[in-house]
Structures are given as structure tokens and as C-alpha cells.
Write a protein that binds this ligand. Structure first.
Ligand code: ADP
Ligand code: MG
Length: 494
């Protein structure tokens, strides 16, 4: 039953209101682990990156990684949270083979990041999802089942990897809103550079808590869908879960609080275990770690060093370059794209044209090949030179696309960006016919050869005019300036 589903956007699904809260584990991009010096690099041979601390050998003690704390501070500032001056590490006790200590070091009652919100657009509607908290904790190892028969392997390379667990209020009301939230959060953590955002490798893992209720009723019982590692699965899993819960309730069953897994092959969620409550974990402050004290000077230093945030940058693009909100939001998808746009806009002083080209040709070309912003074959200065030549009437927009393709294929001659663009225009004979004398002759010939269209136009058929413009463009082999051709034609037709 691997059916494709459209995201549910309506507030009520069969008379039920959907309630969703997220817990996201973002792996912090430090070189070493949160409490040891072992490397956090992904993909090494099993158990080659687990030191004595990660293996919980007797006598070892955890030492806090300052870089992980600094990343938590950056996150707190990016989402308008309170960064606690004083927070506490706690032991979360449970037994599992991939957790050598028998407890996970986490934060419980006093987390480092408190409150804040994530804001984004869902269609035209502005949404704000409140954050409860974000706390620092260590990751566990991994159980390996595939290469073993009748037994499991344990890889402790991931044990002790720093995580920031980001918890929302149950503020989301549809799978579409949940996915939009997750995408925005992903954009924030990658933008500020605290997490590489690689969902396949597990660097950004979302758990969706889902419940349904009749409007106005108290919150329903939730089920938690674990480890959603793609936005597509996230939407499918939540929509399946919503339908499943409503059917259960309609059939007279009560929802049991549970942790469930999504199976992408069947498109269904399946209960993994009934959910533990906080009390089951017997949390208590970790006596091996002192309270985490963050002096205000540190927070202020981090604040002063932080890059402009995507939302702030988008607002600036609207104010400084007169871009519509849609353009500004799209261009601030990543730092690289925003920087590219801004460099090109400054170089040719045609921000709206640059925006159209970046969102249009450039994105289309990027999506159709294996190209990222980092490996773009057309530089911002080249695009600016090309757009400059469209803006000054040297070439048409269509001819511009041919120049762009040639730049993309590295066919440009040597020289600076403008010389390259001019060289390509010359070599391909793309120059627009801006001399009215030549255009005049062409138009006279077209009018003579298309007496019928002329007559139709004069008798009030607007369409006939477009046909005549088309003929002029054709006769000029696409080199006539369409605006000029239109103007001249109108003048001649009286
Ligand atoms: P736990 O301690 O079990 O993790 P929390 O109270 O911290 O539980 O909540 C975990 C997540 O579940 C939060 O994101 C919260 O917003 C969400 N949540 C809580 N209650 C509900 C509910 N009834 N429906 C949907 N989400 C919920
Ligand atoms: Mg929780």
C-alpha cells in the first residue's frame, strides 16, 4: 500500500483537529564528541572512534566540549530563546546494548536553551511554532542487525556524538505545517552552521508527536513517530498516522500512547513500544558534571559574530532591492544562494532580473544536473555581465538563455566576465537589431507580405498584431528588439 498522498492542509480532517509537536535531534558539527576527544566523523570502521570515555570504562570521566555549548548558544540566539546562565546535566537511565554507561547524559529540568520560536510561511500564511526548549545531550551507539545471523553487532562510533534536542509546543495543525516547520528548522541549523543537516546520515532526525481531537476538546493521546529521515516520509507518515488514529477512534477504540516507526515500503506506521514516561527514566543530576555556567559576555560575543539570519536577510532584500517577499524567501534558502544573488545584483544593478534568473534558469539548470551552489559553472559576475547586456538592449532575454547555456558549458572565450559574454554574443551572432533603419526595411517587407493580417488588425482583431510581431521577429532571425518592433509596427499601422 505504498500510495502517494497529498499533504493534508485542511484544519479539520473528517471533523477532527490534528495536533502535532516535534522533537528534533540535530547533530552538532563539532570535530570531537560532547564529553570525549574521540572523532565524530561519519562512516569510519565500526568501533574505531570510541574511546575509553565513550565505552564507559571504569574510572573515566566526561569533560564538556566547549564547541557544543557554543553551538547551542548560536541556536538559542537564532530562534530568540533565552540562553540559560545556568543549566544542569542529568542522567537518563535506561538499558540498551548501544548505551554502555546504562544512562544517557542529557539535560532535564534546566535546559540550556529555553523558549523561542520558529517562523515560516505556509503558502501565504505566516506561522510561528513556539519552542519549549533545546537541550544538549549525547547520542547512543548503533545496533547492527544486517551483517549478522542470530546475533547483533554494536558500533559505538556514534556514542557520545553531541546532539541538540529541539522540542516544540504542540502548535502544528497539519502535516504540511509540520513539514514546513521542519524545513525551516533545517534551514536555520545549516545556515548558522551548527549542523550539516544530512538527513540520510542521521544528522537531523525528527520525531513527530501526533494526536487528534474534536475541536475544543482537551488534547488527545499522542503517538510519537520516530526518526523521520526525509521530508517526504515525514509527510507520508504523519498523514497515515492521522487517518489511522481517526479510524481507531471512529471504531470505538482508545489511542494508547506509543512510540511508532514509519515503514517507507508499506507507507504505514507500526507500534514499536508503549511509550515510557519521564518517571521511567529516573532522571537525576549527573554528579560527574558541574552545572553548565554561561557568562553573558560569551553570549554577547557569539551574538556579535553571528551571520545575518535568513529571515533578517530576506527582509533586507525586500527593503534594499525592492524584491517581492516570495523572491526574498526563495533566495535566502541557503547562504550560498543568497551570497550569489547579492554579488550579481550589486554587479549589474538589476536585482529583479538577477532574482528571476537565479530562481529560473539557474535553479532549473542546477536541478537538472548534479550541480550545487558550490560547483556552479557560471559565476555571479558572469551572470551579472549577461544580465547587463539584456538590460541595455544588446541581446534579447531569449538570446540571453543561449549565452547562459554557453557559459554553463564553459564555451566562453578568455577574458573578464564582460569580455566573455560579449565574445559569446559576437560568436553566436545574437546581437539585437537596434538600428531602426534595418528594422524599418524588415517591417515594410513583412507588412507587404502579410496584407491579410494587416487588414484583420485594422478591422479590430488584436491577435493579428501579435502575428505581425512574430513575422518581424522571424524575418530578423530573432534579432529584432521586440519592444522596438512593436513600437515601429504600431506607428506604421497608424
Ligand atoms: P516527553 O517528556 O514524553 O518527551 P513532552 O511533554 O516533552 O513529552 O512532549 C514531547 C513532544 O510532544 C513535544 O513536542 C510536545 O509538543 C508534543 N506533545 C505533547 N502532547 C501532545 C499531544 N497531545 N499531541 C501532539 N503532540 C503533543
Ligand atoms: Mg521528550
Amino acid at each position: 500500500m505504498n500510495q502517494k498522498t497529498k499533504p493534508e492542509t485542511s484544519l479539520l480532517v473528517r471533523g477532527y483537529e490534528v495536533v502535532i509537536g516535534f522533537e528534533t535531534h540535530a547533530q552538532l558539527s563539532t570535530a570531537s564528541k560532547i564529553f570525549s576527544r574521540a572523532s565524530t566523523a561519519f562512516g569510519a570502521e565500526p568501533n574505531t572512534q570510541a574511546c575509553a570515555v565513550d565505552l564507559a570504562l571504569p574510572g573515566t570521566l566526561p569533560v564538556m566540549n566547549k564547541g557544543a555549548v557554543e553551538r547551542a548558544i548560536q541556536f538559542g540566539l537564532a530562534v530568540g530563546s533565552h540562553v540559560a546562565e545556568h543549566s544542569v546535566f542529568a542522567r537518563k537511565n535506561y538499558f540498551y546494548p548501544d548505551l554502555p554507561k546504562g544512562y544517557q547524559i542529557s539535560q532535564f529540568e534546566i535546559p540550556v536553551v529555553q523558549g523561542g520560536s520558529v517562523e515560516f510561511f505556509l503558502g501565504d500564511e505566516k506561522k510561528s511554532v513556539r519552542l519549549v526548549r533545546a537541550h544538549l545531550e549525547e547520542d547512543a551507539g548503533k545496533s547492527l542487525h544486517e551483517d549478522f545471523i542470530g546475533q547483533s553487532g554494536i558500533d559505538l562510533n556514534r556514542a557520545g556524538t553531541p546532539l541538540l534536542e529541539i522540542v516544540t509546543e504542540p502548535d502544528m495543525r497539519s502535516s504540511a505545517e509540520a513539514v514546513a516547520y521542519a524545513k525551516e528548522l533545517h534551514k536555520i541549523v545549516t545556515w548558522i552552521g551548527i549542523c550539516d543537516g544530512n538527513m540520510q546520515e542521521g544528522s537531523f532526525r525528527c520525531d513527530a508527536n501526533v494526536s487528534v481531537r474534536k475541536p475544543g476538546a482537551p488534547l488527545g493521546t499522542r503517538r510519537e513517530i520516530k526518526n523521520l529521515n526525509s521530508f517526504k516520509f515525514m509527510q507520508q507518515a504523519i498523514d497515515f498516522e492521522i487517518r489511522w488514529q481517526i479510524e481507531q477512534i471512529e471504531d470505538g477504540f482508545e489511542i494508547q500512547q506509543a512510540t511508532v516507526l514509519f515503514d517507507p515500503d508499506t507507507g504505514e506506521t507500526r507500534a514499536m513500544r508503549t511509550k515510557e514516561d519521564a518517571a521511567d527514566y529516573r532522571y537525576f543530576p549527573d554528579p560527574d558534571l558541574p552545572p553548565l555556567v554561561i557568562e553573558r559576555e560569551w553570549v554577547e560575543r557569539v551574538r556579535s559574530e553571528m551571520a545575518e539570519l535568513p529571515r533578517v536577510m530576506a527582509a533586507r532584500f525586500m527593503a534594499d532591492y525592492g524584491l517581492p517577499e516570495y523572491d526574498a524567501t526563495t533566495l535566502t534558502q541557503s547562504q550560498a544562494m543568497a551570497a550569489y544573488f547579492e554579488a550579481a545584483a550589486k554587479a549589474c544593478n538589476q536585482p529583479k532580473l538577477v532574482s528571476n534568473w537565479v530562481m529560473g534558469e539557474l535553479s532549473r539548470r542546477m536541478n537538472s544536473g548534479d550541480v550545487t551552489m558550490a560547483t556552479l559553472p557560471v559565476s555571479a559576475t558572469q551572470l551579472a555581465a549577461l544580465i547587463g547586456r539584456i538590460a541595455d538592449g544588446t541581446i534579447s532575454n531569449n538570446a540571453g538563455k543561449q549565452v547562459f547555456e554557453a557559459l554553463w558549458a564553459a564555451e566562453a572565450p578568455e577574458g573578464d566576465a564582460l569580455a566573455q559574454v560579449d565574445g559569446l554574443i559576437e560568436a553566436k551572432g545574437l546581437k539585437q537589431m537596434n538600428d531602426t533603419g534595418a528594422l524599418d526595411t524588415i517591417i515594410d517587407e513583412v507588412l507587404a507580405a502579410n496584407a491579410k493580417s494587416v487588414e484583420e488588425y485594422r478591422s479590430g482583431k488584436e491577435k493579428a498584431f501579435n502575428a505581425l510581431v512574430g513575422q518581424v521577429m522571424k524575418a530578423s532571425k530573432g534579432k529584432a528588439n521586440p519592444a522596438q518592433a512593436t513600437e515601429l509596427l504600431k506607428a506604421k499601422l497608424g
